[in-house]
Design a protein around this ligand. Structure first.
Ligand SMILES: [Zn+2]
Length: 86
């Protein structure tokens, strides 16, 4: 079972379930992909979500890691200049 858990920040628990929609801060996030990317000497697991921009309501591709899920995600246009580093 996949679900979102918030302790001090949102993180993803359980096995990834493709096509499943989870809700965080009242916004739907649908899991559409999982990929591994190499960052320096370690492999980071990325989760790709269909998300809704909190500012304009447009859907866009949102990426998260298992331990860091940004629940106040904005589309490319409404993203703050200082982007979160993974
Ligand atoms: Zn937007």
């Amino acid at each position: 079972m996949m679900y979102l858990h918030k302790f001090t920040r949102w993180s993803l628990k359980g096995d990834p379930e493709m096509g499943k929609t989870l809700t965080a801060q009242g916004r739907p996030y649908t899991l559409v992909g999982v990929c591994d990317e190499r960052h320096h000497d370690r492999v980071v697991e990325f989760f790709i979500w269909d998300a809704v921009c909190v500012t304009c309501g447009e859907t866009f591709e949102h990426r998260s890691t298992r331990s860091r899920f940004n629940a106040t995600a904005n589309c490319e246009r409404h993203r703050p200049k200082c982007r979160e580093k993974y």
